[in-house]
Design a binder for this molecule. Structure first.
Ligand code: C5P
Length: 222
């Protein structure tokens, strides 16, 4: 196989990471979850009690943070510590889009993302991969789904990973709408579909159907 890069973008809860992770496994690609990196910085910011508006402090943190993923991309190590669970907390979800709109922070993380992808066959998911991080990607996919379906998926995921959570479906839906709004209206690298991306509406599709569709698109560009 020649070197290949696949960009998966879309709004929160569209199924990007579930699909990308499985496609990576089946096609032997390196999976890079860029949302986990924005979440990791947000987690550190919250942990240090820094306000999401304190840009200089946030950039300092990002510049001093190392990001590593497990081989299958499912675990993230932030400064050497496994923070996979903490970065999915409701508090991080509430603040991550505010932190992610800081242009200078994006520059730091985009650089790190390109470095992680260097010399690998990759599948990377996020909001700006096809438009900004990997504009020359061999395949660009834009995943969408109705907001209710996306909220349902995120809610179920939260119930599965944290049995003690007290969050309601409505709160999850509100968070998704809020993040989509901030992510798609920010100045730098907003969430938009790249002109040359294949859009897949996953509302009525099973995960397996979406995975197979992405794999068949990859086979066409290989
Ligand atoms: O993918 P996930 O929903 O975990 O991403 C969390 C947040 O990180 C998004 O809502 C967005 O604010 C930010 N993000 C981003 N650019 C990316 C990936 C994620 O701004 N490439």
């Amino acid at each position: 196989m020649n070197s290949i890069s696949v960009a998966i973008d879309g709004p929160a809860g569209a199924g990007k990471s579930t699909v990308a992770k499985e496609v990576a496994k089946r096609m032997d690609l390196l999976y890079i979850d860029t949302g986990a990196m924005y979440r990791a910085v947000t987690f550190l910011v919250m942990n240090e009690g820094i306000d999401p508006n304190q840009e200089q402090e946030i950039i300092r943190i990002a510049n001093n943070t190392s990001f590593n993923f497990s081989k299958d991309g499912s675990q993230i190590f932030v400064n050497g510590e496994n923070r996979t669970k903490e970065i999915r907390s409701p508090k991080v979800s509430e603040n991550v889009s505010l932190v992610s709109k800081i242009g200078a922070l994006r520059e730091v993380l985009v650089k790190a993302q390109r470095k992680l992808a260097e010399n690998h066959n990759v599948i990377m998911d996020g909001r700006d991969i096809g438009t900004h991080v990997l504009p020359e990607a061999d395949l660009k996919v834009f995943l969408t789904a109705s907001v209710d379906e996306r909220a349902r998926r995120r809610f179920e995921e939260l119930l599965e990973t944290d049995e003690e959570t007290s969050i309601s479906f409505e709160e999850v839906k509100e968070n998704i709408l809020l993040r989509d709004n901030i992510d798609s209206t920010r100045e730098q690298a907003p969430l938009i579909k790249a002109q040359d991306a294949h859009e897949i509406d996953t509302t009525k599709l099973s995960t397996t159907e979406v995975i197979e569709e992405v794999i068949s698109l990859i086979r066409k560009v290989q």
